[in-house]
Design a protein around this ligand. Structure first.
Ligand code: PMM
Length: 275
């Protein structure tokens, strides 16, 4: 079954929950709550990657992330760290983090491959075309799925040559990162194509703006009101054997996945209907 990765943004400015968990204690409580709700992984980030966001300095990022990682690891939780900085990754791995979730796919910091290859951790390589301040000016594709897969293939080759092992690699098409809404829909429709890369697939659609105005009146809903649409994407991903979905609403996602597995299990148990 697809794993549920719950989101803890220790930032003042993330698009959906910015400022809510900037305080270390509040972030730890939120991470523990997500784990109690059934998250398989808790993803801790100290730098917003929303379109237009400015970068934070390395020290601020590490100060936000590391105490939260340490406390969640101590509580027995599988922790991933949303960072594109090798120094933050190194500090988080020393605090016990299990996964580095790098939205730049190793492009933002050339030292990241060295840090990852020296640890027994996973590394999410996401498709990326530049920092948040500029990415929405790089949304031109002829064939978005083919280009994203080719780019991820190049990143995989590059990190392998830098000593990263196959069992460490997870890939992610990066919905919303240098993509229009239509690109996101196409990538989802063609998700099965990513199997050719041969690595587990992570999808992050939760509360993103392509899910904001689906109603008949096309009203743009605020981020927390996009959970039903996000859940629909998660269920679709589960049916397409995606390895994990990165979501804000863990409780709802865990419930929906339980419904699906119960139906699947009951179908396997029930006698075949006479034809
Ligand atoms: N999206 C965001 C942040 N980190 N990481 C991965 N691997 N994939 C994503 O799609 C992704 C990510 C932006 O969302 P947020 O501001 O709610 O964290």
């Amino acid at each position: 079954m697809t794993q549920v990765m719950g989101i803890v943004n220790v930032t003042p400015d993330s698009f959906s929950d910015g400022g809510k968990y900037l305080d270390t204690a509040a972030a730890i409580r939120h991470g523990e709550q997500l784990a109690a709700q059934g998250a398989d992984i808790v993803d801790v980030g100290g730098e917003s990657t929303r379109p237009g966001a400015e970068r934070v300095d390395a020290e601020t990022e590490a100060n936000r992330v590391v105490p939260v990682v340490r406390a969640l690891v101590k509580a027995g939780i599988t922790v991933s760290v949303d960072t594109m900085r090798a120094s933050t990754a190194q500090a988080a791995l020393s605090a016990g983090a299990h996964i580095i979730n790098d939205v730049s796919g190793g492009l933002a910091d050339p030292e990241m491959a060295t840090v990852v290859s020296a640890h027994d951790c996973s590394w999410v390589l996401m498709h990326w075309r530049g920092h948040s301040a500029t990415m929405q000016s790089a949304t031109s594709y002829r064939d978005v799925t083919r280009e994203v897969i080719a780019h991820l293939g190049e990143r995989i080759d590059a990190v392998r040559s830098a000593g990263v092992r196959d069992e460490q690699i997870i890939v992610d098409p990066g919905l919303g990162f240098a993509k229009t809404a239509q690109h996101n829909w196409v990538l989802l429709a063609e998700l099965d194509e990513f199997a050719q890369l041969g690595f587990p697939l992570l999808i992050g659609a939760s509360r993103k703006s392509f899910l904001a105005a689906l109603g008949t009146d096309r009203t743009v809903r605020p981020a927390p009101e996009r959970d039903a649409a996000s859940l629909a994407v998660s269920l679709y991903c589960a049916r397409r054997d995606v390895w994990a979905v990165r979501v804000h609403d863990v409780a709802g996602t865990v419930d929906a996945f339980a419904v699906m597995s119960n139906i699947d299990a009951a179908g396997r148990l029930s006698p075949q209907l006479p034809g």
